[in-house]
Design a protein around this ligand. Structure first.
Ligand code: ME8
Length: 514
């Protein structure tokens, strides 16, 4: 047991939240909930990135003040997180007075370091990325390679951060430690490092919507510096040293792969410059596409998270996005895959297992879970041995941020439980018991006890992914979700209290018919 500090990127408020934002935030929530269940002291942070040229322009187009505009979008992010049962401990906005004060404290320390100098910047700027690019990084027509939109030629007097001085230390961090995952991202960064790092400008002269530099208010802090600092300002870098000490360094910064340069090069170097420890892990997942195409509002190729939650419920959405693609790889969303997985994994395999088990206990034991009786047979031993290992396997996959693997592991046990029903044929045992076989009655009790017990275990194991349905499942088993016994006890088989009355309820996942 220890502490676990997990973050999502803070999202731009240039538009309403979309499924890409939801994907990262669900993953962070799942990690946070597993770590809480594992007994860690968790701090889970998400929030919004509100400054910069792009936001300033959008607000102007809409005839709103930047702050009014940001407030309207932030409300939608918060609403989506509420609908998706996101359990963040804090929501940071870069327009919070607390963040601004702490950023200025950091800026003072950075300006006082030997790594900042004044210089003239001339180069290409993409206001969507809020990033500077070299000519050779652009697509023909000076288009940004992420947004395929024109970059602007920018020339101004700025403060610069001497990133180039950190070349060796960053090389060591990336090449020789487990700072960045997956492996493909490490290789990408090593490629960047081999080309040599360029110093970058940390202030902007022409932007107004930002945090003024202490002692030079004509300049605002470059929005990426402002944004990265959220990870420390949210936990009290500026005003709460105790909380800051307790959680920093972050255990994992989650994001998609397009922003790893900022997180794996700029961010650790800035921290080193002021003498703070660097995060433990930057984990970059892949990009989602829909029907093979980039998600894009302009082409109408979107997946609306609000709509999915309304149609399928938050748990099914959370399950699908964690289960469908390997966490770390790019993958493609289709409506057909969603419905297929919903019906197969959730309605059939999982929901049905609960339903048939509960019904059998009701029919054969008046709804009160019997004790296991007699000597376990080979079929019981095999099933229980597999279930007994689940907790350890899941914990291991969680620690590796292998979120798809977590669900594959759990569903192996779901499958085994369904197989156990087929192999032990409780309805035959019930018939034989009716005909006077004491032994068949004992077998029936054992089989149903084992199924209920493993369902309890499965309820806890899926809780971080499906917090609502897990509680419903446990309720049907006559239990409350109560993690206080700790991971070890919760994942031990044979701990379901026999003699408990079940409380049959609604089908967990009604089949979806189109
Ligand atoms: O980059 N597939 O904000 P942003 C998977 N403000 N994930 C996706 C995705 C997709 N198609 N699209 C977006 C910013 N994401 C900065 C971050 S952090 C100090 C500042 C997710 O609103 C993914 O997590 O553009 C990606 O990294 C993030 O949204 C980008 O969000």
């Amino acid at each position: 047991m220890g502490k676990f500090y997990v973050t999502t990127p803070i999202y731009y408020v240039n538009d309403v939240p979309h499924i890409g934002h939801a994907y990262t935030t669900i993953a962070a929530d799942v990690l946070a909930r597993y770590h809480r269940l594992m007994g860690d002291d968790v701090f889970f942070l998400t929030g919004t990135d509100e400054h910069g040229q792009n936001i300033e322009r959008i607000a102007e187009e809409k005839g709103l003040s930047p702050q009014e505009y940001c407030d309207s979008i932030v409300a939608q992010f918060k609403e989506l997180w509420r609908m998706l049962d996101i359990s963040n401990d804090y929501f940071i906005r870069t327009t919070d007075a607390r963040h601004i004060a702490a950023v200025q404290k950091f800026a003072r320390a950075l300006l006082a370091s030997e790594d900042v100098y004044r210089g003239r910047y001339a180069g290409w700027y993409c206001s969507r990325c809020e990033a500077f690019y070299q000519q050779d990084e652009l697509l023909p027509g000076n288009l940004c390679s992420v947004h395929q939109r024109p970059c602007e030629w920018t020339e101004e007097e700025n403060y610069f951060f001497a990133l180039s001085r950190y070349q060796d230390r960053l090389y060591h961090l990336i090449a020789e430690t487990d700072f960045v995952q997956p492996e493909a991202r490490r290789n990408e960064l090593l490629g960047v490092l081999r080309q040599g790092l360029q110093d970058f400008s940390i202030s902007r002269e022409r932007v107004r919507w930002g945090i003024p530099l202490p002692d030079d208010p004509r300049q605002v802090l470059y929005v990426w510096v402002d944004a990265l600092l959220n990870y420390i300002t949210a936990i009290g870098y500026g005003d709460d040293p105790e909380t800051f000490q307790r959680y920093w360094p972050a255990d994992v910064h989650l994001m998609a792969k397009e922003i790893i340069r900022f997180h794996c090069l700029y961010w650790p170097a800035m921290l080193m410059a002021v003498g703070l420890p660097v995060p433990r892990l930057v984990f970059a997942h892949g990009w989602l596409t829909k029907d093979g195409q980039k998600l894009s509002k302009s082409t109408g190729n979107i997946i609306d998270p609000f709509d999915l939650v309304r149609r399928f419920g938050s748990d099914a959405v959370r399950y699908f996005f964690m289960r469908e693609g390997a966490f770390g790889a790019d993958w493609d969303y289709t409506d057909a895959a969603f419905v297929r997985r919903y019906n197969a994994d959730l309605a059939n395999d999982f929901g049905n297992l609960l339903n048939r088990t509960v019904q059998m206990v009701v029919r054969y034991f008046d709804g009160v879970v019997p004790e296991a009786k007699g000597k376990p047979e080979a079929v019981d031993q095999k099933f229980l041995a597999m279930a007994a290992q689940l907790g350890e396997h899941v914990a291991d996959a969680v620690r590796r941020v292998a979120l798809q693997e977590v669900l594959i592991l759990i569903w192996k046990v779901v499958e085994a439980a369904n197989g156990y029903v087929q192999d032990t044929t409780p309805w035959e045992l019930a018939k034989a018991q009716k005909n006077g076989s004491v032994q068949a009655g004992e077998r029936l009790a054992t089989v149903l006890y084992n199924l209920v017990d493993v369902l309890r275990l499965l309820g806890y194991m899926v809780e971080p992914v499906m917090p609502r349905k897990a509680r419903e499942l446990l309720k049907q088993l006559g239990l409350e979700f109560d993690p206080s016994a700790g991971w070890q006890a919760l994942t031990t088989v044979g701990t379901y209290p026999a003699g408990t009355a079940l409380s049959p309820g609604e089908v967990l996942f009604p089949r979806y018919e189109q």
